[in-house]
Ligand binder design. Structure first.
Ligand SMILES: NC(=O)c1ccc[n+]([C@@H]2O[C@H](COP(=O)([O-])OP(=O)(O)OC[C@H]3O[C@@H](n4cnc5c(N)ncnc54)[C@H](O)[C@@H]3O)[C@@H](O)[C@H]2O)c1
Ligand SMILES: O=C(O)C[C@H](O)C(=O)O
Length: 318
């Protein structure tokens, strides 16, 4: 039975994620991690959750801490600490601020919990995954980010609604940046197992409008309600369950690329389809259409440039 730690647990997404994570059958302990000075808030959140566990009949031990040393023995560490964007900002605007926070924490995590899986949520998530990987010194398989999994779920929801089918009938994937340069893989999108491009009605599908809606998905929610919570929270729990349950699912997460996608993106952390199980995350080799290759190349270069800028800056600060 496993222990999951959530860093940034006083924040919107970290706090909510503790709820679906507590429903995962393999989870026996949850540790909520917050900053010193937030003790009362952490105690209040913990008491409130414990009431919900009693009401639901959940047998999970829940504790809180402000000391990263308590991460020892964690199986999965979900990292949600850092600043969130406000409406009108780009996720990349958070890179400098959050990189410093992530680099410091990742260094400690690598020392305290070197065999855990480190699962990054903090934005810009692709760049933060690279920072966490470098500064934790952990293995590539162990450090991954939510990447374009949430974007893929947003597209899945739009396609299901358009065709009036259950979401489970839709398989789709967005790869690349969790941001404006994301790349929808229509070539890998199926409805009831049939390639969507082979459906007579595919030409009517408002693909551009759908992708724009996914790109703007986070922005619109932040504009209307302040932060995205339930979508990312459930998506986080899916990944935690897949790892702890050794479920061998193929999910689109941010991971360290070698040559898996047309030899593009070596050394960059970005969203690609990956096998997810108890050993961690392994990107799977794929072949995609020429226009998708071109768009993925553009997305990779954007993330590579921003990651290099952040690494330079962090090195200068050391
Ligand atoms: N990848 C995704 O799909 C996805 C989804 C949702 C949120 N996010 C990102 O997750 C992060 C958290 O989002 P949120 O809405 O919960 O934000 P929030 O402002 O509600 O919470 C931020 C959390 O980080 C902590 N924090 C802030 N500055 C810190 C610092 N200097 N050191 C340590 N901890 C610090 C806060 O105490 C709080 O617990 C943001 O970067 C956001 O963009 C990513
Ligand atoms: O959009 C954001 O800033 C939050 C998150 O990345 C999301 O897509 O919900």
């Amino acid at each position: 039975m496993s222990r999951v730690a959530i860093i940034g647990a006083t924040g919107s997404v970290g706090c909510f994620a503790a709820h679906p994570i507590s429903e995962i059958p393999y989870v026996k302990e949850i540790l909520l991690v917050g900053r010193p000075g937030r003790e009362n808030l952490l105690e209040g959140i913990t008491r409130d959750f414990k009431d919900s566990y009693a009401a639901r009949g959940t047998d999970v031990a829940l504790e809180w801490t402000t000391d990263l040393k308590d991460l020892a023995g964690s199986d999965v560490i979900v990292y949600t600490a850092g600043v969130a964007r406000k409406s009108g900002e780009d996720r990349m605007d958070l890179a400098v601020k959050n990189a410093g926070i992530v680099a410091e924490a990742a260094t400690t995590i690598g020392e305290i919990a070197p065999s855990a899986h480190l699962f990054m949520i903090t934005n810009p998530v692709d760049v933060m995954t690279a920072v966490a990987l470098k500064y934790s010194g952990m293995k590539q398989k162990q450090v991954f980010g939510l990447g374009t999994h949430l974007d893929s779920m947003r597209l899945k929801s739009l396609i299901a609604a358009y065709f009036k089918v259950h979401v489970s009938e839709v398989h789709t994937r967005i790869i690349g940046e969790h941001g404006a340069s994301m790349v929808p893989l229509w070539s890998a999108t199926t409805l009831g197992g049939i390639r969507i491009c082979n459906l007579p009605t595919f030409s009517d599908l408002p693909v551009d409008r759908m992708i724009e809606s996914v790109i703007q998905g986070g922005e619109m929610i932040i504009k209307y309600k302040g932060s995205t919570v339930y979508g990312p929270g459930e998506a986080i729990a899916t990944l935690v369950r897949t790892v702890l349950g050794n479920e061998n699912r193929i999910l689109t997460v941010s991971t360290y690329l070698k040559s898996e996608v047309h030899n593009i993106g070596k050394g960059v952390c970005i969203g690609v389809p990956a096998l997810v199980n108890r050993s961690g995350v392994t990107p799977i080799p794929i072949t995609i259409e020429p226009d998708e290759v071109k768009a993925f190349q553009t997305s990779v270069e954007k993330i590579r440039m921003n990651t290099d800028l952040i690494f330079d800056r962090l090195e200068k600060e050391e």
